[in-house]
Design a protein around this ligand. Structure first.
Ligand code: RFL
Length: 394
């Protein structure tokens, strides 16, 4: 088989890149390890910047009624909630809440409707020849048969545990990583979130977050210990703990419903430098991971795919050849480190760290008070959340 771009991974990054390339007239094939149903069984919150919505629209996707755009967010500090007016502080920019599952489903459907090729359940995917001058090769096994795809470029969109990064010689890159001493226990339920807006809560018992995932669905998360197991938590215990952390303002009216899904996620920051290796380009979680506190993961993926699709289209058409690809790594990393800084700072501000002493706690309290009292500090927070317009280099 021959295609222009072979994409590894049918998560949101791979699917979005495929859709953008298709729109630019570039042929692509996605090779994915899992079944489509398994990918859709993963449930995660999804909060998107206006620029990410624009990338989805450019890919021909409209989120419709499942997406809820808000001009503000709520910050609950020790049981008291405060509204941060995002749009007023950032000349009209806001955040859209939706479901990552529904977003992925829409991308899959559009891909199938356009006749684009996705190979699910591909085993033993391996990448060859991407550092050489010749066309690289993707090999995989399916139904006891070996297959090959020859292409011009490979896009590694296979997430943090994928094969793409693992195929690069270790002396060709550097990794920067931080693991956090806690995780998030998450519940997806058929009930509204604690508030219409994205809600982030700091509390001495730990962080909490509540977000809409459709008109009648919500994701809720509470900080938990890394040693916690799902068997230790019932729905009732989860809602009681969330209610406690939200305090009287929002806890007393918290809607609850049986959990449709419950999961525990460790929190991690990770950056790979560079993200281009000859004819292999990495995007999304394959290249960088942020703790979800700042809701930046998919937003980074959206900008990665936008820039990468343009650079790949340019290279495939032969005009100015690889100019865009040559710049891809540097531009992506500048954006990534900004998002990493924000996600790290917000995680530090809103979580309880097990090794925190009383001095650290007072500093955290002072920082939160400063944020609630200062319009300038709230503007900085709002700008980081909604993202800066592409023209500002954000
Ligand atoms: P994914 O979603 O991991 O998909 C990668 C795909 O590659 C496949 N794969 C392989 N295929 C073939 N061969 C192999 N050897 C392969 N190895 C892996 C996998 O099966 C999979 O299908 O990465 P992608 O596409 O880059 O997407 C990244 C996003 O999923 C991630 O950034 C977001 O979920 C992060 N995130 C959030 N981002 C936001 O922008 N806003 C949010 O509100 C938000 N909330 C969150 C989040 C992530 C969370 N967790 C789970 C860390 C909330 C949470 C709790």
């Amino acid at each position: 088989q021959r295609t222009q771009i072979a994409i590894v991974g049918a998560g949101p990054t791979g699917l979005l890149l495929g859709a953008l390339l298709h729109r630019a007239g570039i042929s692509n094939v996605i090779v994915e390890r899992c079944r489509a149903e398994d990918i859709l069984a993963r449930s995660q919150a999804c909060v998107l910047e206006d620029d990410s919505i624009a990338v989805l629209n450019a890919a021909g996707l409209s989120l419709g009624a499942q997406a809820l755009r808000q001009d503000s967010l709520l910050l609950s500090v020790d049981g008291r909630s405060h509204r941060v007016e995002l749009a007023r502080l950032t000349a009209g920019r806001g955040l859209t809440q939706c479901s990552q599952t529904e977003l992925t489903r829409s991308l899959m459907r559009a891909r199938a409707a356009a006749g684009m090729h996705t190979i699910y359940e591909a085993q033993q995917v391996s990448l060859h020849g991407f550092l050489g001058a010749d066309a690289p090769l993707l090999r995989y096994r399916k139904q006891d048969q070996d297959h090959e795809i020859r292409c011009d470029y490979i896009a590694g969109c296979d997430g943090f545990h994928g094969v793409s990064r693992a195929s690069v010689p270790p002396d060709a890159y550097r990794c920067y990583e931080r693991l956090y001493p806690f995780g998030w226990l998450g519940v997806l339920a058929e009930c509204p979130a604690a508030a219409p807006e994205l809600l982030l809560a700091q509390h001495p018992r730990g962080f909490a977050l509540s977000v809409m995932a459709g008109p009648q669905r919500s994701h809720s998360y509470i900080q938990c210990s890394l040693s916690d197991r799902l068997t230790q938590w019932s729905d009732t215990q989860f809602w009681a703990e969330l209610r406690r952390r939200l305090g009287p303002d929002l806890g007393s009216t918290l809607p609850v419903a049986p959990a449709l899904d419950m999961s525990i996620t460790p929190l991690r920051s990770f950056v790979l430098e560079p993200v281009r290796f000859g004819r292999l380009l990495l995007a999304g979680d394959a290249a960088h991971v942020v703790p979800p506190t700042g809701a930046k993961g998919l937003n980074l993926a959206a900008t990665d795919t936008q820039e990468l699709s343009e650079a790949l289209a340019q290279a495939c058409r032969g005009d100015h050849a690889e100019q865009g690809l040559n710049n891809y790594s540097e531009r992506a990393l500048r954006r990534t480190w900004r998002a990493e800084r924000f996600s790290w700072a917000l995680t530090r501000l809103l979580h309880s760290f097990p090794d925190q002493n009383s001095f650290d706690q007072r500093i955290q309290q002072a920082e939160l008070e400063h944020l609630l009292d200062s319009r300038a500090a709230q503007t900085v927070l709002a700008e980081s959340f909604v993202g800066q317009p592409a023209s500002a280099g954000g």
